[in-house]
Design a binder for this molecule. Structure first.
Ligand SMILES: Nc1ncnc2c1ncn2[C@@H]1O[C@H](COP(=O)(O)OP(=O)(O)OP(=O)(O)O)[C@@H](O)[C@H]1O
Length: 242
C-alpha cells in the first residue's frame, strides 16, 4: 500500500483487561482519512473500551495502536489531542457552571491546541451560538452532545471518535447530525462511530467492525453483516441464527 492511501490508524491485537476480564481480546482494525467506520456489537462487547484505549483514557494491556506509522498506545489523551485524535463521550460531562464558550476554551487549553478554528463559526454551525454565554447547565441533552462535539472539533482532529453521539437525538436532529458528520469525513477526517442505532449506522458508515467479547467477528458493509449467522447470533441469540 502506498503511503498516501495507507490507513491513518492501525489497531492490532489490542488487549484491555479489567482484573482478569478481557474487555478487549485481540481487536484489530484500521481506518483511513475520509472514512467513517462503525464499531457495533451487543452491550458489553468492548466498543467504548476500544474508544477509551485509542483516545488515551486507558492504557492498553497488549497489542499496538499506530497513528501514521507512530506507536501511540498508552500515550495520554491530552497528548493525543496534539497528535490529531479527539473524541466525544457517551454521557457528556460539561462544566455545568461554566458558559458554553468557556467549556470550549477549557477543552482547547487541555489539548494545548494551536491551530484553533474560529470558535464562533463552530458554535454557529452546531446551533449553539445563541447559547454561547449561557451556563452549560441550561443546555438540554442534545445541546450538551453538540457542545461535546464542538469541544472535540475545536482541536481540529484528524481522527474523531464518536461514542453514541446519536442516541437520544430526535429524527430531525439525527438527519442534521448525519449530514454534518458526512461533511466532516468528506473534508478528510477519519471518523469512528460507536452506535446502537442500526439505521443511523447503515446510513452513515462506509464499513463496520462487528465486535463480540472484545474481538472482531465481522468486517465489511453493515448490509452484509446482518446476513452473517455469527453476527445474527450475537445480536439475537443462537436460536435466531440462520
Ligand atoms: N472501567 C471498567 N472497569 C471494569 N470493567 C469495565 C470497565 N469498563 C468497561 N468494563 C467492562 O468491559 C466490558 C466492555 O464494556 P464496554 O463499555 O466497552 O462495552 P460496550 O460494547 O461499549 O457496551 P455498551 O454498548 O453497553 O456501551 C463490559 O463487561 C464492562 O462491564
Amino acid at each position: 500500500m502506498s503511503p498516501e492511501n495507507a490507513p491513518l490508524l492501525n489497531v492490532s491485537k489490542l488487549e484491555k483487561r479489567f482484573g482478569g476480564f478481557y474487555a478487549l481480546d485481540g481487536l484489530s482494525f484500521h481506518v483511513s482519512s475520509g472514512e467513517i467506520l462503525g464499531l457495533v456489537g451487543p452491550n458489553g462487547s468492548g466498543k467504548t473500551t476500544a474508544i477509551n484505549v485509542i483516545s488515551g483514557l486507558y492504557a492498553p494491556d497488549g497489542g499496538e495502536i499506530v497513528l501514521e506509522g507512530g506507536s501511540i498506545g498508552g500515550v495520554a489523551s491530552h497528548k493525543l489531542v496534539h497528535r490529531g485524535i479527539n473524541r466525544t463521550f457517551q454521557i457528556p460531562k460539561p462544566f455545568l457552571s461554566l458558559t458554553v464558550r468557556q467549556n470550549v476554551e477549557v477543552a482547547l487549553a487541555y489539548g494545548g491546541a494551536t491551530d484553533v478554528p474560529a470558535m464562533a463559526d463552530l458554535l454557529e454551525e452546531y446551533r449553539l451560538a445563541e447559547l454561547a454565554d449561557r451556563p452549560a447547565a441550561d443546555l438540554n441533552s442534545s445541546q450538551q452532545k453538540m457542545l461535546d462535539l464542538v469541544r472535540a472539533l475545536a482541536t481540529r482532529p484528524r481522527l474523531l471518535l464518536l461514542d453514541e453521539l446519536a442516541a437520544g437525538l430526535n429524527p430531525a436532529e439525527l438527519d442534521w447530525v448525519t449530514e454534518r458528520i458526512k461533511a466532516l469525513a468528506k473534508s478528510g477526517m477519519a471518523i469512528i462511530v460507536v452506535e446502537h442505532l442500526m439505521g443511523f449506522i447503515e446510513h452513515i458508515t462506509d464499513r463496520v467492525i462487528v465486535m463480540n467479547a472484545g474481538k472482531e467477528i465481522f468486517e465489511g458493509k453493515l448490509a452484509v453483516a446482518v446476513k452473517v449467522p455469527q453476527v445474527i447470533e450475537v445480536f439475537l441469540g443462537g436460536e435466531h441464527a440462520a
